[in-house]
Design a protein around this ligand. Structure first.
Ligand code: ATR
Length: 291
């Protein structure tokens, strides 16, 4: 019973994930289980959407819809259809989380960057033995982002906002420059970043697709370079344990899995949708069970 049919009534709030394709998304599983766990009168469905602009025109007029998540390929176009955009989502130029206010207006958030950045911050706190919640352990850190696509932007803006010194390395230097300029950072190619180590204990975040199934034997940066990093994050989650993360672990770095970003961005969406804390253990258990 994916949709908790027994909970659905005329006043049930409807949430959903828009995408194309969308059928593979695990969000309905997670959110419906979460709604059920606290008896919320809400349902979350898959919404296969082709024309995002038309979708949102209709969407803001329907009062039982309460919010939606947004996935490939709609994250950028959706931003254009909003009444209000969270400042960082606006800078990133992408939204994955849209909330419909009672007056019908739509507000866009980006929880992808919060998911990744909070996972990285907790990793650093673990490493430093620092108290959770006091300042950002990213402040002043040299933060190297590999890739300059959608995920690269999220990580670069997120890290810059936390006071990190950002380096963007990308196969195509032009794209790295464009992003680095926007976050007040430095740009270089993937070849250059392999021998870039002005200091030790840097933070590395891979957002390129290098190392993703079916090319899981690839890695975006040579193992030798990893000695200079104290924490390595990989946005790839298929496979969970990428070659980059294995080599980082062998080099003595703390590692942060892409699955952690995925799960935490979901916690943030749940908070924005319901105003409640997410049932974190339930989300984690379901993700593992349905991996
Ligand atoms: P996402 O939204 O997941 O970030 P994207 O916007 O398509 O996806 O970005 C993909 C990133 O992976 C880009 O930084 C891309 O580099 P280019 O800007 O040079 O295209 C990087 N990428 C993809 N395939 C790559 C490869 N074989 N080697 C190096 N970088 C690669």
């Amino acid at each position: 019973d994916l949709y908790n049919f027994r909970l659905i009534r005329p006043d049930t709030k409807v949430y959903g994930i828009i995408g194309k394709p969308v059928g593979h998304s695990k969000s309905p599983l997670l959110f419906n289980a979460a709604f059920k766990s606290v008896g919320l009168n809400a349902v979350y469905v898959h919404l296969l959407v082709d024309d995002v602009e038309k979708f949102f025109e209709a969407y803001s007029a329907v009062d039982f819809v309460a919010g939606c998540s947004c996935t490939i390929p709609h994250k950028e176009v959706a931003v254009k259809c909003m009444d209000e955009i969270d400042p960082i989502a606006k800078k990133i130029g992408a939204t994955n989380n849209i909330v419909r206010r009672p007056d019908g207006t739509l507000t866009a958030f980006n929880t992808d960057y919060i998911g990744a950045i909070s996972a990285i911050e907790d990793g650093l706190r673990e490493l430093n033995g620092a108290t959770p919640g006091v300042g950002s352990p990213l402040a002043g850190k040299l933060f190297v982002v590999l890739g300059a696509g959608g995920a690269g932007k999220s990580l670069a803006y997120g890290a810059a906002q936390k006071g990190a010194r950002v380096v963007v390395a990308n196969r195509t230097l032009e794209r790295a420059k464009e992003l680095a300029d926007k976050v007040g950072g430095q740009a270089m190619t993937l070849d250059e970043v392999a021998s870039f180590h002005p200091e030790d204990r840097m933070v590395l975040a891979n957002t390129t697709s290098v190392g993703m199934k079916p090319n899981a034997d690839g890695t975006p940066i040579p193992k030798l370079a990893l000695r200079h990093y104290c924490l390595v994050f990989d946005a790839i989650y298929t496979p969970k344990d990428t070659r980059l993360l294995r080599e980082a672990r062998e080099s003595g770095a703390i590692i942060v899995y892409g699955t952690e970003m995925l799960i935490r961005q979901g916690f943030e969406q749940y908070k924005n949708f319901t105003g409640l804390q997410a049932p974190e253990e339930l989300f984690r258990t379901l993700m593992e069970k349905h991996a």
